[in-house]
Design a protein around this ligand. Structure first.
Ligand SMILES: OC[C@H]1O[C@H](O[C@H]2O[C@H](CO)[C@@H](O)[C@H](O)[C@H]2O)[C@H](O)[C@@H](O)[C@@H]1O
Length: 627
């Protein structure tokens, strides 16, 4: 397909396309390509371009790395220059959900996580609004909680779990402010970009704004907020229906289903060199542009990158040159679209908009049917992604295969049947054999959304999807997975005093890795997911099993086994052992709290006795020139 008529990733000839971006990014000045595109211009874009042309003329268009570094130093301020100090005014140190957590170590940890919001808040300087052209950050009125590390701006789908956590922390005005920002952005841009930077403005991320509003309404029941923004929610949904759906012919019927897509030219500015290097594999400009589109569509999915989007001879083998994201119908995106339609139906019903409610009832029914007919597989007992290339299912394990449970997009009249089949499926693929959580896939490609990495949002989708069915076997499995996840995250916290964006499913307390940047700390969605799990299972999860090992065995199961085998005396011993381990652990844990680790680009650095307030400035100093 000819893509030459498409716009660049944004109009800025500094941050999104053109010779300056190409020259600086291809010089590889920084360990992380995102560093440069997050820097602030010292002077206007025009003057900066003049300086760039002068530098090119002076060097005969062959500048050395030192020339380019000098040009950047003279014309740009470091990344992070857009923020001013901000302490969330609604933060409190003892939100009620902490009382649900019985284990003393986990209780203390949850209080620490609550404190982490103070490090992850970002408020823009007024100058960003006045001089937007000098910045790549997209101006928003209200402060936001960011994921952390290199992710200094809002991220669309991350915000769902961040808001979940904020509401547990009773930071209602921060949570509502973030949702208000999104409403404003939909009105200004027409949809929500992948993240809060102009270089993300031609692609989105999994559409979770409508579920975010549901979180807000469940917490505050603010019908006026809903009334004020309902048209914006309609608009966001329309954007996805218009730009991301496709007709699928299946068994003689036509179904409308959603996929990730891209409508821009060029590499991702924030990973420019990485994309250009992969594109060298292709000889024509058209083929390179096709690759860039697949890379950007994969980034839109939130799973950047994964063998989930590889198609090679009909399989999921291969590498980034085999990306075919746009040719795959993903279960989770369609489950979310279906869920959104149901939520919009409910919202309009509450507001008395009968016609709109009826419209969304129809949309929801069509998604339910399409998901059932095209994505559900009776013989496998689960939903599977679908390849538009082959017209066949992709029978590979992904946690997203069970996302219709989370989104409640299956026939409720046959709930027990679906839930039993899905529990059997999870049993068959042995999701429970991993010590550190559920892996993203079973493919070891080296990409970050592949084996052995385990990601917080995926654990949440599986766990809450199972738990919310109310079916005993599903709830037992949910509590088992949640216990394992909490303990493994806690193990990392004990070792590094850090929450990570991803972990290693195969190792209890293992760190995630792979992909194109080092594992990041912070971390917005990780904190939100742990808080949600502790809130729900805090009365039963213990930080270690009865033997104090923290091994990935559900404590309830261990307790039950002992009661069955040796009677009440053993049970009492087990409980006493747990309490002793908890108290001892708390003492050790308190001692360790003098240390904080941050990701400093290459690896963890131990920074002894740094108070939390310094963490933010340390995180902001990831520019090598500043170290
Ligand atoms: O810079 C590379 C990519 O980084 C982001 O992706 C990862 O972090 C996001 C923030 O936590 C998360 O939403 C995403 O699922 C991760 O894979 C960014 O979203 C990508 O667009 C970007 O290319």
């Amino acid at each position: 397909m000819d893509r030459s008529h498409l716009p660049p990733t944004c109009s800025s000839n500094i941050y999104c396309h053109g010779p300056l971006l190409d020259t600086v990014q291809m010089a590889g000045l920084y360990n992380d390509s995102k560093t440069f595109v997050d820097m602030k211009l010292k002077l206007s874009a025009d003057i900066t371009m003049d300086h760039f042309h002068e530098m090119m003329a002076r060097t005969g268009s062959h500048p050395t790395k030192a020339d380019i570094q000098e040009f950047v130093n003279q014309n740009f301020d470091p990344e992070g220059s857009e923020f001013e100090d901000w302490r969330p005014t609604d933060w409190k140190d003892n939100p009620a959900f902490l009382q649900n957590i019985k284990d003393p170590l986990l209780h203390e940890w949850a209080a620490d996580l609550n404190r982490l919001w103070l490090q992850l808040g970002r408020k823009m300087k007024p100058d960003v609004k006045a001089n937007q052209d000098l910045y790549s950050i997209i101006y928003v009125d209200n402060p936001v909680i960011v994921p952390g590390g290199r992710f200094r701006e809002f991220y669309y789908w991350d915000s769902y779990w961040i808001i979940k956590g904020l509401l547990l922390s009773e930071m209602r005005s921060t949570a509502k402010g973030m949702v208000s920002n999104f409403m404003d952005i939909v009105e200004r841009i027409g949809f929500i970009p992948n993240g809060g930077r102009i270089y993300y403005a031609m692609r989105s991320q999994p559409p979770l704004l409508i579920p975010m509003v549901k979180l807000i309404l469940d917490d505050m029941d603010d019908i006026e907020f809903l009334r004020q923004h309902i048209h914006t929610l309609d608009r966001e949904y329309d954007y996805w229906m218009t730009n991301h759906t496709i007709e699928v012919n299946h068994n003689g019927h036509r179904y409308t289903l959603a996929r990730y897509y891209d409508q821009s030219q060029g590499p991702r500015p924030e990973s420019y060199k990485e994309d250009v290097d992969v594109a060298r594999h292709f000889d024509s400009n058209d083929k390179k542009e096709e690759l860039y589109a697949e890379l950007k569509a994969a980034a839109e999915s939130g799973w950047d990158f994964s063998s989930r989007w590889f198609i090679l001879n009909g399989t999921n083998k291969g590498n980034l040159t085999n990306l075919k994201t746009r040719s795959i119908i993903p279960v989770d995106l369609n489950a979310i679209m279906c869920w959104n339609a149901q939520l919009l139906r409910d919202f309009h019903t509450r507001l008395g908009n009968v016609d709109k409610a009826e419209y969304y009832r129809n949309v929801h029914a069509r998604f339910m049917d399409a998901i059932e007919q095209v994505l559900w597989h009776e013989d496998v007992g689960v939903w599977l992604d679908y390849s538009l290339e082959s017209g066949r299912r992709r029978d590979y394990f992904y946690p997203s295969n069970v996302s219709p449970l989370w989104a409640v997009c299956y026939d409720q009249a046959r709930k027990d049947y679906y839930v039993n089949r899905v529990v059997n499926y999870l049993d068959k693929v042995k999701v429970d054999i991993f010590d550190g959580g559920i892996p993203t896939t079973f493919e070891h490609s080296g990409e970050q959304w592949d084996y052995p990495n385990a990601w917080p949002p995926l654990q949440y989708i599986v766990v809450m999807g199972l738990a919310n069915t109310g079916q005993p076997e599903a709830m037992r499995l949910a509590s088992e997975i949640a216990t394992k996840w909490v303990r493994s995250n806690f193990e990392v916290w004990k070792q590094k005093t850090a929450m990570l964006e991803k972990y290693d499913a195969t190792i209890f307390g293992g760190l995630g890795g792979g992909g194109e940047y080092v594992v990041q700390t912070g971390f917005g969605w990780t904190n939100g997911v742990i808080m949600a799990m502790l809130n729900r299972w805090g009365d039963t999860i213990t930080s270690a099993d009865a033997f104090g090992t923290g091994a990935a065995v559900d404590s309830g199961a261990v307790y039950g086994a002992h009661v069955g085998a040796s009677g009440v005396a053993t049970a009492i011993l087990v409980v006493l052992a747990s309490l002793a381990a908890g108290t001892l652990g708390l003492m050790v844990y308190r001692k360790r709290k003098d240390y904080i680790r941050v990701s400093g680009g290459e690896d963890y650095k131990l920074l002894s006795r740094k108070p939390y307030t310094e963490l933010r400035s340390l995180n902001g100093a990831s520019n090598p020139r500043q170290r």
